[in-house]
Design a binder for this molecule. Sequence first.
Ligand SMILES: [Ca+2]
Length: 328
Amino acid sequence: MTRTGWIVAVLGITSVLPGCTSTSNGSVAGGQSSTASTVATASRAASAPGSRFRDCPDCPEMVVVPPGEFAMGFDGGEPQRYEGPVRRVRIGYAFAVGRTEVTNAQYRRFVERSGHRTTDAGCEVPTPDRRALVALPGTSWADPGYGRPIRDDEPVACVRWSDAKAYVSWLSGVTGRRYRLLTEAEWEYAARAGTAGQHTWADEKDACRTANVFDRASARGGVSTTYAPADCDDGFATVAPVGSLAPNAFGLHDMIGNVWEWIEDCYEMPYSATPADGSAQLTRGCERRGSRGGGWRSVISRQTPTFRGRDPEALTSQIFGFRIARDL
Ligand SMILES: [Ca+2]
């Protein structure tokens, strides 16, 4: 695991944020002025790596991620799931990434205010013998089949790719800012936060410091699967409230683990003419969309920055949610 110098440089940066954007401690910076000087100041502050902001009191908290270059992918992977070839990607712009996955409270607000219609097809959960997945009638984002009520601060789950797209479209409308899903390259860049190689940790025993995975806590809590738990203990048997574990070097929580995160790209394997500038691949393999990062019930070998989930847009799964990005 290696880190580049500029990542060290962004750590610990705090900022005063622009206009009526609220800061991470909940206060409101600036007044109502719209003078040119205020806007310029705002523009500089908003692009400082590590800055946190919200575009409204109820909006997801965002973190500014710096431009950079990285080696994307891994020269290996499961059969039929090659994660390479490793390719150089240069993201020449700063952008903002949700500090956490989108929460149940945030998603509920969207549904209530927009009137968005969600699916009633049932959410995919494991069968009792854990050997298959079925859409369980009556389950939905409001009841993902945990056997208990959801918490507001848990990541929303059981959302389709199209639900995630509807959310960012709605949020863009209410804030006047361009919210969107992360591209596959942006997601991997943000998840790596300067780390290189197949994993974001040097040793599996360290995975649970930053990632809620299928682990000893899961086994202790009665979650059974057909694979062995990770050799660590994150303290959460199932889904965890967002931000419960340590952030990565960009200040982002749960990039690995907790819930899988829908991304913008269509799934093409292996990478071929995939853009190398951070933009999305939207022309090939669009019968499936990408999902990244693993989840609380997933095998540890898939909890990497390079493993590439691929699923139909209409899939709803108990372990699938999303994270958002915003242009600066
Ligand atoms: Ca866990």
